[in-house]
Design a binder for this molecule. Sequence first.
Ligand code: ZN
Length: 121
Amino acid sequence: VICPRCKEEIPPGAEVCALCDLPGAAPEVQDSGVMGAIIPTKNSKALLAYYLGVFSIIPCIGSPLGIAAFVLGLQGLKLAKSNPLAKGTVHAWVGIVLGGIFGLLWTVGIVVAIVGAVAKE
Ligand SMILES: [Zn+2]
């Protein structure tokens, strides 16, 4: 619980802030509003997963980006579920799906290319 004025943490036993005499407010309770629904500013993992997922379409760098997007997407989805106000479920899913598909595709592509090159020897 954090004081809305001085941002000091209010101890669990205390009802009000010792400095301002104000009741505390949990920082997560504040709804990020319409903008938060479009851009999940409170769910940076989901947002990052989204961008990494989109960039994982690019060959060569897509393999590590896709894997990172997949992992971050799962973490972002977990955060969105535990705290609905964090939002970012859609962004997390985009990261999981795009990252999962392209991460796997490029990784398989690299493995096939290596195996193909070795087989020619
Ligand atoms: Zn205070």
